[in-house]
Write a protein that binds this ligand. Structure first.
Ligand SMILES: Nc1ncnc2c1ncn2[C@@H]1O[C@H](COP(=O)(O)OP(=O)(O)OP(=O)(O)O)[C@@H](O)[C@H]1O
Length: 263
């Protein structure tokens, strides 16, 4: 097992204003209730791993945070602002949040550099030269400077996901949402992507990551949140949650995971 050092950037005090505050989130698709009253606070510099069985609502929960999914009931606060108010402009909220999904993150018809700089230029109005300087700097930091002018299909899946992460942070978002970003990758490419997430967490980026990578959640997250059937059943310090889960449902989920996926 790779020994991953504990995070250095400590989360802000729970008494401070959370970057993200979810209150009583309900979401249904047709007759299917997917989120059944979720409360969650995420503090500045915190890395939160969202775990749970397939279909438990992890992706939906992330998508409510940046208003991709409109909630049926509840409130979403971003740095204290109630962004679930119907008058909120979703584009303005999304400009403050970086998101990386499992699939299809980069635009195939744009170079890697154009992908990385597009949001800075189009959404934030940064001039082209400055956006490219910053984009190249970020790509250099992850060892992809030589791929800047290539199209995404010339990169490996792991390189593409790393470029997608860099694109998501190029605008210095207040919050980074990562939705199963390694699930579609060949196993040998997972490590390089998780290493980058770990580095960002160490640097103080506020991250919520839905993941099936239990070792990563245990070793890198400040807090692990277990979602089961649309409800947060248990959350806490990774060592405690993995080592000594309080709820039967958490225990059962972790034991199933240990039997199947956990390495
Ligand atoms: N747009 C949609 N329309 C209808 N049902 C949906 C939609 N999005 C999600 N669902 C349903 O909501 C439930 C929760 O899905 P979600 O993707 O949030 O789960 P998850 O925990 O992220 O799963 P996984 O680990 O497989 O990604 C599932 O039953 C799914 O089929």
């Amino acid at each position: 097992m790779i020994v991953i050092p504990p995070p250095r950037a400590e989360p802000a005090s729970p008494a401070s204003e959370p970057v993200l505050r979810l209150r009583g989130i309900h979401k249904s698709f047709g007759d299917t209730q997917v989120l059944k009253g979720v409360d969650l606070d995420v503090h500045r510099h915190e890395v939160v791993a969202l775990i749970g069985a397939s279909g438990s609502g992890k992706s939906t929960l992330l998508r409510t945070a940046n208003l991709i999914e409109r909630i049926d009931d509840g409130q979403v606060f971003l740095a204290g602002q109630d962004v679930s108010d119907p008058r909120t402009k979703a584009d303005e909220v999304r400009a403050r949040i970086g998101v990386v999904f499992q699939h299809y993150n980069l635009f195939p018809h744009l170079s890697v550099l154009d992908n990385v700089t597009m949001s800075s230029r189009v959404v934030h109005g940064v001039d082209k030269a400055a956006a490219e300087r910053r984009g190249l700097e970020l790509l250099a930091q992850i060892g992809l400077a030589d791929k800047a002018r290539e199209f995404p299909d010339r990169l490996s899946g792991g390189q593409q996901q790393r470029a997608a992460i860099v694109r998501a942070i190029a605008t210095d978002p207040e919050l980074l949402l990562l939705d199963e970003i390694t699930s579609a990758l060949d196993p040998e490419l997972v490590g390089e992507v998780l290493d980058l997430v770990r580095e960002l967490g160490l640097g103080g980026t506020t991250i919520v990551m839905a993941t099936h990578e239990m070792a990563f959640a245990r070793d890198v997250a400040h807090r692990v949140v277990f979602l089961d059937d649309g409800v947060i059943v248990e959350q806490g310090d990774p060592q405690q949650l993995f080592g000594n889960p309080v709820h039967d449902r958490t225990r059962e989920f972790l034991s199933r995971f240990l039997e199947t996926d956990y390495r």
